[in-house]
Ligand binder design. Structure first.
Ligand code: AP5
Ligand code: MG
Length: 214
C-alpha cells in the first residue's frame, strides 16, 4: 500500500505518520526529515538545501525528485510519504516513478486544519534530537522539560519554527502545495480528515477511512 499525507505545515503529518507506519507496516518517507539529517551531517546535499529550509522556501523540484529516486530505488515496502509531493511537478514525477515500477498510489490523505491552529502548533513544537519524536509544549509536553520520554535525548526547536519563517511556510503552502488538492481530488484516491481533533482521534479516523477503501 502506498499512501501520501497532504496538509499544511503543522497539520500533523509527521505525528500521524509515526503511528501509522507501525500499524500498517509501511516505510516512512519524510523529505523534511531526510533534509534535516543531511543538514546535521553537513553533507553536500545538506549544504545545498540549508538556505531553502531556514527561509521556509521549497527545495527545487528536480533535486527533491533526484534524492527520493536514489533513496527509494531498492525499497520494496509500501511507502508513506509525509511532506512529499509538495508541488504539481513533484506529483507528476511521483506518478511517473510509480508507473515505471508498475505500482500506484492507493490513498492521498489530506489533513484539514485552519491556519491559526497550525501556526500556534508550530510555535510550540519541540522535536527529539535522537529518535525524532514530536512534542508540543502546550498540548503534548514531555514528562521532563526538554528531554525525550522515549530515548532521553534533548529536545530542540526547529530553526524554521520561528514566527517569520512559519508565516513564509504557510504562504508557500498556499501558493505551491494547495494546488495539489485539485490534482488529487480528481484521482479517485483522495481522502480528507479533520486534523484539528486530538492526535488519537485523527489516527482513528484515518485508519477507518483507509479501511473503508481497502
Ligand atoms: P517538513 O519537515 O516537511 O515540514 P512541513 O511540511 O512544514 O510540516 P511540519 O513538519 O512543520 O508539520 P507536520 O504536518 O509534520 O506536523 P507535526 O506532526 O510535526 O519540511 C521542512 C522544509 O523542508 C520545507 O519548508 C522545505 O524547505 C523542505 N522540504 C521538505 N520537503 C520538501 C519537498 N517535498 N519539496 C521541497 N522542499 C521540501 O505537528 C506539528 C505540531 O503540532 C507538533 O508540536 C505536534 O505535537 C502538534 N500536533 C500534531 N498533531 C496534533 C493534533 N492532532 N492535535 C494537537 N496538536 C498536534
Ligand atoms: Mg513534519
Amino acid at each position: 500500500m502506498n499512501i501520501i499525507l497532504l496538509g499544511a505545515p503543522g497539520s500533523g503529518k509527521g505525528t500521524l505518520a509515526k503511528g501509522l507506519v507501525t500499524k500498517l507496516a509501511l516505510f516512512h518517507v519524510s523529505t523534511g526529515d531526510i533534509f534535516r539529517e543531511e543538514l546535521a551531517k553537513k553533507s553536500p546535499l545538506g549544504q545545498e538545501v540549508a538556505s531553502y529550509m531556514s527561509s521556509g522556501r521549497l527545495v527545487p523540484d528536480k533535486l527533491v525528485l533526484e534524492v527520493l529516486k536514489n533513496r527509494l530505488a531498492a525499497e520494496t515496502r509500501g511507502l508513506m510519504f509525509d511532506g512529499f509531493p509538495r508541488t504539481v511537478e513533484q506529483a507528476e514525477g511521483l506518478d511517473a516513478w510509480f508507473t515505471s515500477r508498475g505500482q500506484n498510489i492507493d490513498a492521498v490523505v489530506f489533513l484539514n486544519v485552519a491556519d491559526d491552529v497550525v501556526a500556534k502548533r508550530l510555535g510550540s513544537r519541540r522535536t527529539c534530537s535522537g529518535c525524532k519524536k514530536i512534542y508540543n509544549v502546550i498540548s503534548n509536553p514531555p514528562a521532563k522539560e526538554g528531554v525525550c520520554d522515549a530515548c532521553g535525548k534533548p529536545l530542540f526547536t526547529r530553526e524554521d519554527d520561528k514566527a517569520e519563517v512559519i508565516a513564509r511556510r504557510l504562504q508557500v503552502y498556499k501558493d505551491q502545495t494547495e494546488p495539489l488538492l485539485a490534482y488529487y481530488r480528481s484521482s479517485g484516491v483522495f481522502l480528507e480528515a479533520d486534523g484539528a481533533q486530538s492526535p488519537e482521534a485523527v489516527e482513528e479516523k484515518v485508519l477507518a477511512l483507509l479501511k473503508s477503501r481497502a
